[in-house]
Design a protein around this ligand. Structure first.
Ligand code: URA
Length: 236
């Protein structure tokens, strides 16, 4: 995405874009202001061998999965991508058409906006891990069914256990309701910090929804600010 489009997205979200006077990284300023280039990132240490084995096993199991009917219609599974030792775990709903074709999460237009939302709080996709409730695309992008969510549950649990994130962002209603095991509407789930087995969970609008709704973009920025504040508090 070019810089002009990126700025357009951020402005549409109501985010004031600050252009830094110097190119010095400003990690502590990330939550308060938007640095279009983002802070410098230190390389993560590589995972121990056993963890790598567990990841490889899990990834292989997901690729071969036939636990629900979605295996008949998918092109390929979408395991998730990013830093396997990330502090931030982002969980969406399910792959769409582009993700099904490319085997990566959030690569369509909603994915581009998600990348920009991360950038606005000083994060890159390489720093976080992005996964979905479902690893396979529901045909026509319909909502996931209960039996599909149940069949996929174990994979996400194991991803969470391996990553041990410090914060989880639930992206959109379906991810939030599934993770928090509730029927509450998104409006009641946003704006507060939930707890999933000791990990704080912040609920954010789904970028696909934000692309359609101008009105909620300011609130989307408030969600991201809550996420940063929560991360700083829980990081220890
Ligand atoms: N929407 C999601 O919830 N997940 C993706 O990976 C893509 C779009």
């Amino acid at each position: 995405m070019d810089k002009a489009t990126r700025l357009h997205y951020l402005e549409a979200m109501g985010i004031d874009v600050w252009i830094p006077r110097t190119s010095m990284p400003l990690p502590e300023a990330a939550a308060e202001s938007v640095d279009a280039e983002g802070p410098a990132i230190e390389a993560e240490p590589s995972a121990p061998a056993t963890e790598t084995d567990d990841w490889n096993l899990l990834q292989a199991e997901v690729s071969a999965c036939r636990k629900c009917g979605l295996c008949e219609t998918r092109k390929q599974t979408v395991f998730g991508s990013g830093n396997k030792q990330a502090d931030w775990l982002l969980i969406g709903e399910a792959p769409g058409q582009s993700e099904d074709q490319q085997g990566q999460p959030f690569v369509g237009s909603a994915g581009q906006l998600l990348t920009e939302m991360l950038r606005a709080i000083g994060l890159t996709r390489e720093e976080v891990f992005i996964a979905n409730i479902l690893k396979c695309r529901p045909p026509g992008n319909r909502d996931p069914k209960a039996d599909e969510i149940a069949a996929c549950h174990d994979y996400l649990q194991r991803q969470r256990a391996l990553i041990q994130p410090r914060i989880i962002l639930a992206i959109g209603r379906i991810a939030a309701q599934t993770l928090l095991n509730t029927d509450a509407p998104l409006s009641r789930l946003r704006g507060k910090v939930h707890n999933l087995e000791g990990t704080p969970v912040v609920v954010i609008y789904h970028p696909a929804y934000l692309l359609r709704s101008l009105i909620d973009k300011r609130k989307a920025w408030m969600d991201l600010q809550l996420a940063i504040k929560t991360y700083k508090e829980f990081k220890g």
